[in-house]
Write a protein that binds this ligand. Structure first.
Ligand SMILES: Cc1ncc(COP(=O)(O)O)c(C=O)c1O
Length: 366
């Protein structure tokens, strides 16, 4: 079997190796600071007794699971702390597949490329539902694609790459469609702290034995390198997921979980609001410059990506590499996110130089 290896690391390496100054807008690595309390937690950890350098409980530090459970309004037994949201998504999709209630996984197009790859390694069939050009997802289209063959529907809001934030009604419908087809809605909410619209709706608001919520701290605390995420399972589905997590990983990183716990307990809402404000400014600066360049783009309601289209310049890997070499701006090829975005490029707003990047693009395409 051939796996579909996502292109992110390849494009980042190409940009890093370029023989010129490149503005890196490839990755989803925030360039803003984590909370100060997270650094303090890490420092504190270095001086703990050596017994705290040994295995944590496999499903995560109990205090961290309790903190997550309290914040999300669920029972602590439903929470599994994972190696990032990536593992949480894998556990959730695997759990849906092993119910033997279908082997298709319904995904959106455009899609976060790790979902189709995970579908393949789990032996599932990919089935795509097109999102609208602004990223909105029509539940009627999902209902049409779903059937008794459906094991899971994977949805992501705020969305990477489109920036769409699904309204509560859409999320409710997605849970209902999972129920109607004896499937599982996997709701990836990793960008929940970057809702710029004020409309974000968590799938946890809809009580159901047919939805699993995944999230993590890579984005909300600006620590993609720490690898701390979590999944919230319905009570009847959690046991196998904990076993799979243990069999694959043994456990997650204990110092990272401790530092996240301290940051959660001691960080106020101002931290998150300041980062949203920073992003709002960057969205304005980047899209204003894109306007001036005459490019098409989607203005994100959340997350931190902008998809843009330049006349006569499709979003292929080759064109992305050319843009790095000739314009000094690195983005992701739209084709990596699905057939519907082959003409587009995706830019991550993770640099203070977003305006300069858009100016470079404007000059290049003039
Ligand atoms: C939609 C989505 N889900 C999951 C992840 C992975 O998150 P983590 O670093 O928590 O594994 C990303 C990272 O970019 C993402 O965009």
């Amino acid at each position: 079997m051939e796996y579909e290896t996502p292109l992110f690391f390849r494009v980042m390496a190409y940009a890093a190796d370029a023989d010129r100054d490149v503005i890196d807008m490839v990755s989803g690595n925030p360039d803003w600071e984590p909370p100060a309390t997270l650094r303090e937690g890490l420092r504190e950890y270095a001086d703990f007794d050596a017994d705290r350098f040994q295995y944590p409980p496999s499903e995560g530090l109990v205090e961290l699971r309790e903190e997550i459970a309290a914040r999300r309004g669920v029972d602590v037994e439903q929470v599994v702390v994972t190696n990032g949201t990536g593992e949480a998504n894998y556990l959730a999709m695997a759990r849906a597949m092993e119910r033997d209630a279908g082997s298709e996984i319904v995904l959106t197009d455009p899609v976060y490329p790790y979902y189709p790859g995970k579908t393949t390694i789990l032996g599932g069939e990919q089935r795509f539902v097109a999102a609208a050009s602004d990223g909105r997802l029509d539940p009627a289209d999902v209902r049409e694609a779903a059937s008794e063959e459906t094991a899971a529907i994977v949805a992501n809001s705020p969305n990477n790459p489109t920036g769409a934030v699904y309204p509560a009604e859409t999320v409710r419908e997605l849970v209902a469609i999972a129920e109607e087809n004896d499937a599982i809605l996997v709701s990836d909410e990793v960008y929940d702290h970057y809702d710029l619209s004020g409309r974000f709706a968590s799938a946890l608001a809809v009580d159901s034995a047919h939805r699993i919520v995944t999230s993590g701290f890579s984005k909300s605390l600006a620590i993609t390198g720490f690898r701390v995420g979590y999944a919230i399972f319905p009570p009847d589905l959690v046991a196998n997921a904990k076993s799979r997590h243990m069999l694959v990983n043994v456990a997650g990183s204990r110092p990272a979980q401790y530092a996240v716990l301290r940051a959660l307990r001691e960080t106020g809402p101002d931290y998150y609001e300041a980062n949203r404000e920073l992003l709002r400014d960057r969205v304005d600066a980047f899209t204003n410059a894109l306007d001036a360049a005459g490019a098409d783009y989607t203005r994100p309601e959340g997350a931190f990506y902008v998809m843009a289209r330049f006349e006569g310049y499709p979003g292929t890997l080759e064109n992305v590499e050319r843009l790095i070499d000739e314009a000094g701006v690195a983005g992701m090829p739209g084709e990596a996110f699905g057939a519907s975005r082959e003409e587009w490029l995706r830019f991550a707003l993770v640099t203070p130089r977003v305006e300069e990047a858009a100016d470079r693009l404007a000059a290049y395409f003039e």
